[in-house]
Write a protein that binds this ligand. Structure first.
Ligand code: AMP
Ligand code: ZN
Length: 666
């Protein structure tokens, strides 16, 4: 009997691994999202019921329970070297001359793209991922294993390991699509956008909560296997074997038999790189034979058997015709350079972002100037300097806009903010549309049938000027709009009606209070239980809530002190939108555990670990990840870590069982 449960668990794990690999490594979809979730849930349930078959490499172990306060420093077993750089065919030919003096016979080269992210060294033992360490200074780095394990394309366990124990190195990257999506979400929440994918990727590895890391679309591209001894003869062979074992080794890699061929690869990718889903800033060329690599060895800083070729950052000079200003959804103003069209990286560039007033002042950018435009992060081209020699005599320095280009309101700039804002949130057109678009979006009110363009149309036709107006819309009003079919009009009205069932926490997010994102909205909903007590709360009360900081509190107070917001909220209430927690949710909540801090450790039977944590929080208690003097109770399940047990005992903290905890609640 037990044997069959164990088999069932193992089979489920294997099946999930296979789908994961197909989806995240091979880019093919072999199961629907729904069916995949069902498989995972089934496995989770079995694992909870049978903790004796726990496996740290199970697909269920990618996320959860992983809050790291301090990342431990780990000395690399094998130093992580840097790479020498080259910039031209001549540089590459010089490199070839140098190495031909050391090794004899023909030399083969591998060409790989230089992936632009954060380097990582991952150790595997007996086919299991055991540790992931950042590069650090090359000698020692930080242990970021729990965060790296959330990256779906990286195998936790190899079904058919190509080596028993080895280290594999790669680059953790954030593909451009995912990066742009993250920024769109941040913009919608009124937060500053991330500067570039590379820094965002390396920043992600240092987040404390691995559930947050799991939400980021990180990927891991592998480029090197480090092993003491093996039967492999070449770098390409060993990487091929790693790929077959389940690692994401990009197919763009090739083997070249001469420097001429290497350079063909370089020139080819200098063009094609703009179509890649991620950023690359060059090519890495390596001597393919492992024996020749060993002969060549290392200089003080880099291997002699490898060299990086850096692509030129493309730069062009062109005339700046005009500076215009764009208004974002949150009222943030972005200055835009309108340029004399110029060819750059295979596209025609007409506009470039100027970021903010400081940037314009720092570079002293003026209309009529010849400016240097660069395409760095491949996203929006930027202006990196001014050709002062070509500056016309008549040139006058730039005066930053004082009024909103859309509604003429006087712009404001708060201390510490890099950007200017249009304060007219209620009638400035892009802000009105933006707020409504945020309100109806999937993670907020999730109103089907209503898209961004329709919202703009509704606003222009003066049918809606704010989100509360949506609830007064009728089919008769919508029908006359441009290209509106009866069915679509019906869908919009039905969608709006259905949104009255959306729970309070999402409504709170939908209101678009600056800095109140999804997670903060959840916290606030749970704490205040309804909109009236939230909006009545003072700054002091707000900051006393766990994880609510000054910035958020200030923003809520500002929202609540604006009469127009209060009217909107009252209208939503009258329309039947959920502005308090439902009776059902409230019923399961109490203050029974107020002031008590819990640490949850081990495997449980009656509830999952997450259910336990939720029960603690729902009843006013707090969950902490590590045991300290402040801990009130440790809830100990099966297989609680011995070091935790020892620490709790030493500090004299009460250790209770799952049953005893449930007893506390009743
Ligand atoms: P640098 O930081 O400029 O000295 O370049 C060395 C870094 O390039 C290494 O630490 C790797 O993280 C990174 N890198 C990216 N792609 C590759 C690749 N295909 N092969 C080797 N290193 C790479
Ligand atoms: Zn405005």
């Amino acid at each position: 009997m037990n044997q069959s449960v164990e088999n069932q668990i193992e089979e489920l794990r294997e099946e999930i691994r296979k789908h994961n690999h197909n989806y995240y490594v091979k880019d093919i979809s072999t199961i629907s999202d729904y069916d995949f979730d069902m498989l995972l849930k089934k496995l989770e349930a079995l694992e909870i019921k049978h903790p004796e078959f726990f496996d740290k490499d199970s697909p269920t172990q990618r996320v959860g329970g992983g809050v790291t306060k301090n990342f431990e420093t780990i000395v690399h077993k094998n130093r992580m070297y840097s790479l020498d750089n080259s910039y031209s065919l001549e540089d590459l030919e010089d490199w070839e001359k140098r190495i031909k003096k050391i090794v004899e016979g023909p030399i083969e080269y591998t060409c790989e793209l230089k992936y632009d992210g954060a380097s990582i060294n991952i150790s595997y033992e007996n086919g299991s991922l055991v540790k992931a360490v950042t590069r650090g200074d090359g000698f020692q780095g930080d242990d970021v294993t729990t965060n790296v394990k959330t990256i779906r394309s990286l195998p936790l366990k190899l079904t058919d390991p190509f080596l028993e124990s080895f280290e594999i190195r790669g680059e953790i990257i954030l593909p451009l699509d995912g990066f742009n999506k993250m920024n769109e979400e941040r913009e919608a929440e009124g937060e500053d956008v991330y500067a570039n994918p590379r820094n965002t990727a390396s920043g992600s590895l240092k987040l404390q909560d691995n559930a947050e890391v799991a939400k980021r679309p990180l990927d891991c591209l592998l480029y090197q296997v480090v092993v003491d001894r093996s039967n492999f003869e070449s770098h390409s062979e060993i990487l091929g074997a790693a790929r077959k074992s389940g690692f994401k080794v990009p197919e763009t890699m090739t083997v070249a038999s001469s420097i001429k061929e290497v350079f063909d690869f370089v020139e080819d990718w200098d063009e094609k790189r703009h179509d890649l889903p991620y950023e690359t800033d060059g090519v890495v060329i390596k001597v393919n034979s492992l024996r020749q690599q060993e002969e060549l060895g290392y200089t003080a800083k880099a291997p002699r058997w490898a060299i990086a070729y850096k692509f030129k950052t493309e730069q062009q000079s062109t005339v700046l015709n005009e500076i215009t200003y764009q208004v974002g959804r949150t009222g943030a103003i972005t200055p835009v350079a309108n340029l004399e069209p110029v060819q750059l990286g295979g596209t025609t560039v007409r506009r470039a972002s100027l970021h903010n007033a400081d940037q314009i002042q720092k570079l002293d950018i003026r209309v009529g100037d010849f400016v240097f435009v660069e395409k760095g992060g491949e996203i929006i081209p930027k202006i990196v300097g001014v050709d002062l020699a070509k500056r016309p005599e008549s040139s006058i320095s730039t005066l930053y806009a004082t009024n909103c280009p859309e509604c003429d309101s006087l712009l404001v700039r708060k201390e510490g903010d890099a950007k200017h804002y249009c304060p007219n949130e209620f009638t400035c057109p892009p802000q009105v549309t933006g707020r409504i678009q945020h309100f109806i979006s999937r993670k907020a009110m999730d109103i089907d049938g209503l898209g961004g363009e329709t919202v703009d149309l509704l606003r222009k036709s003066e049918l809606v000027a704010n989100y509360a107006d949506l609830y007064d819309l009728t089919i008769e009003q919508i029908l006359p709009l441009d290209r509106m079919a009866e069915k679509s009009a019906q869908n919009i009205v039905t969608g709006i009606h259905k949104s009255k069932e959306i729970p309070f926490e999402k409504v709170l997010f939908a209101l678009g209070i600056r800095f109140v994102g999804e997670t903060v909205a959840k916290k606030l909903a749970k704490h205040f239980k309804n909109i009236d007590s939230l909006l009545a709360a003072s700054f002091e009360v707000l900051v006393s809530v766990d994880e609510i900081g000054d910035k958020i509190a200030e923003s809520i107070v500002a929202f609540a002190s604006d009469e127009q917001n209060l009217i909107l909220v009252e209208r939503l209430k009258a329309a039947g939108v959920q502005l308090e927690l439902s009776a059902e949710v409230l019923e399961n909540q109490s203050n029974l555990l107020e002031g008590k801090i819990f640490v949850v450790s081990g495997v449980f039977y009656q509830m999952t670990r997450n259910e336990l944590k939720k029960a603690i929080e729902d009843n006013g208690g707090k969950v902490s990840s590590s045991i300290s003097k402040k801990t009130t109770f440790v809830i100990a399940g099966d297989k609680m870590g011995p070091s935790k047990l020892e620490k709790a005992t030493n500090l004299g903290i009460s250790i209770i069982s799952e049953d005893e905890f449930i007893g506390l609640l009743n």
